[in-house]
Design a protein around this ligand. Structure first.
Ligand SMILES: [Zn+2]
Length: 607
């Protein structure tokens, strides 16, 4: 015992000498050994291994040392005692590029607060470029002016198609296909990571499988990846997944299926068969991966009306103001007048040369539509707040035969989508109803489902259908080829309603599925949002806590994760990330943004 104490004292003295020695040498040079040392944290390195206690040192943006105890000086020491240290989270699927156009949103604070250090943009067939600007210009501007998280760009098939074919629903001629291929090639030359499709959205949906194969063949030699919002996420999910696999197999590029899920109650469970298709393909050596967001509801704006428009308007009644009416009004203006009007409302100021050229070359009909939609959305004038439509609806409800038909339509609509138990009140003037299901509201009000729905609609309630089921979410999450992708945006903080995934995906997944439900282990979730996405994107310098890797690091207080966002109040930043490093720079300090924008545009390295 005595000797142990003795040796311990010697060690202490030696350690002290050693430390002071280092200190004085640092003083003479006046340069600390490290920029940042994170001490006493438990480190998840990105693998499935449990966390181990270690210090992590960072210098010049790189992780330079990981060991039990790091001696030496540092410009900043972070005491991570009681916290966990993980690689920065990589979001495989976001739509933040649109919001990031505006300098105010360039930090993507909603993502930094979740621990996200890298994002992939240009998804679902839609990229800001090459219509609004060249890929090169966007990348250069972000690099010069700074962005929050690192960003990698994809080129959107829908945009490429729009440039060459407009909104026409037909196959391209061989010359047109060559032009499309040329646009994709150019983006790849400029550093894009691959191609994305949105095969349910126009004009992406007009593109047949062969067309997509031809375009994906262009990205394959660059080592690019094909991200796809598949052609169907409902009853035809299996065909859609088979198509994705076929495109990969025929083109030679890896395929990544975005926001993998199946929607609407009658289709629940289909994901299991879809996983079989994916796993068979993987067994054949085809690189198929997917991402997922951990919520039961979908869409950037998930709030819906409880009454189908046919029941609200009635088929024989007049239709009220339509988009066609509005386009007819605008059709009286000359091209130049239309463009001048457009300039007054577009948020893209000043118009880039590219954007101006795009407008100049638009066929007349599409120009009218684009300007009309930018100025007035007919949808804004519809619904229970429209006095005329409301009066007509109530008049029909006074007629017993009409009222019976309306109730029947409402009942079938709700039942066929998700059922009354899965329609949740998001925003309502009667606050006690928020968060309740339509079924619960009907019981509370002692009304039928359809009458409760009509009452909610007339008081302007905004409701959310839970289109996916918990079983499917957990089934998918357990797979080792499933990464995390929020599918979120960079909204203006506090403005409008949005999906809560933009604010909470990453911490919600950890808290609900690893800590609370224990669906998967903590290291499984961390891997799904760090090393796995890095591997999918073919990055060999991010996604791990490893020496020589870029210092994208999260220091997480697992016991105090708060995802305060809710469907009644979606704009709430998540809490729990105490410190966040991006490329070695401190971006969150004690949970607060430091004002730094150290994100890099990650360009695909030419292979
Ligand atoms: Zn999508």
């Amino acid at each position: 015992m005595k000797s142990k104490v003795f040796y311990f004292s010697i060690l202490l003295v030696l350690g002290f000498l050693c430390l002071t020695g280092l200190d004085s040498s640092a003083q003479t040079k006046n340069v600390p050994d490290y920029d940042i040392v994170i001490k006493n944290g438990k480190v998840f390195d990105g693998s499935l291994k449990p966390a181990i206690k270690a210090d992590v040192a960072v210098k010049d943006g790189i992780i330079v040392k990981i060991t039990k105890s790091i001696k030496g000086t540092a410009a900043k020491v972070i005491n991570a005692k009681g916290f966990h240290v993980t690689p920065g989270f990589i979001d495989l699927h976001t739509h933040v590029d649109e919001g990031m156009y505006f300098p105010e949103n360039r930090s993507c604070l909603n993502y930094l607060k979740q621990g996200v250090t890298s994002i992939i943009v240009g998804q679902c067939g839609s990229s800001a470029w090459p219509i609004f600007e060249k890929a090169e210009d966007q990348m250069n501007r972000w690099s010069e002016e700074g962005i929050g998280p690192n960003a990698a760009l994809l080129i959107g098939h829908g945009m490429v198609r729009q440039i060459v074919l407009g909104m026409e629903d037909r196959e391209p001629t061989p010359e047109e296909l060559e032009r499309m291929k040329g646009l994709v090639k150019k983006a790849m030359e400029q550093g894009a990571h691959g191609l994305s499709t949105g095969l349910i959205y126009e004009p992406g949906s007009f593109g047949k499988t062969d067309e997509v194969i031809e375009l994906v063949k262009v990205i394959a030699p660059y080592g690019g990846i094909y991200h796809t919002h598949t052609r169907d996420e409902r009853d035809k999910l299996l065909d859609a997944v088979k198509e994705a696999v076929e495109i990969s197999e025929s083109s030679g590029a890896p395929v990544h299926i975005s926001h993998f899920k199946v929607m609407e109650k009658p289709n629940w469970g289909l994901v299991r068969e879809a996983c079989v298709i994916i796993e068979e393909a993987r067994a054949r050596g085809i690189q198929v991966t997917v991402d997922q967001y951990p919520y039961r509801f979908s869409s950037g704006y998930p709030y819906m009306s409880l009454i189908p428009s046919s029941a609200w308007r009635g088929s024989e009644n007049d239709e009220g103001l339509t988009s066609k009416d509005i386009e007819e009004i605008f059709d009286h203006l000359r091209d130049l007048q239309l463009i001048e009007l457009y300039k007054k409302v577009t948020p893209y100021i000043p118009l880039s040369e590219h954007h101006q050229q795009f407008l100049d070359e638009l066929p007349r009909k599409r120009l009218v539509r684009r300007v009309a939609r930018s100025l007035i959305s007919a949808g804004n004038f519809r619904g229970p707040g429209n006095a005329r439509e409301r009066t007509l609806f109530l008049e029909r409800m006074d007629n017993p035969e009409e009222a019976r038909k309306i109730r029947e339509q409402v009942r079938t609509y709700i039942e066929n989508m998700v059922g009354p138990e899965n329609f949740i009140v998001g925003i309502c003037v009667e606050k006690n109803l928020e968060g309740k299901s339509l079924k619960q509201v009907a019981a509370m009000k002692r009304k039928s489902i359809e009458d409760a729905a009509i009452e909610l609609e007339l008081m302007g309630a905004r409701c959310i259908p839970l289109r996916m089921c918990e079983d499917d979410i957990e089934y998918i999450m357990k797979k080792d080829y499933v990464g995390t992708g929020s599918d979120g945006t960079a909204p203006f903080y506090g403005i409008g309603l949005t999906h809560i995934r933009s604010y909470s995906t990453f911490l919600h997944k950890i808290k609900k599925y690893a800590l609370e439900r224990k669906t998967v282990s903590l290291s499984h979730v961390i891997r799904s949002q760090t090393s796995l996405p890095a591997q999918i994107m073919n990055w060999d310098d991010r996604g791990w806590i490893k020496e020589g890797y870029k210092a994208d690091i999260v220091v997480l207080d697992l016991k105090n994760i708060i995802t305060g966002t809710s469907i009644s109040n979606p704009h709430v930043y998540s809490e729990g990330v105490k410190y966040l490093l991006i490329n070695g720079e401190l971006v969150l300090n004690r949970g607060k943004w430091t004002g730094k924008l150290p994100g890099e545009v990650i360009r695909l390295k030419k292979s």
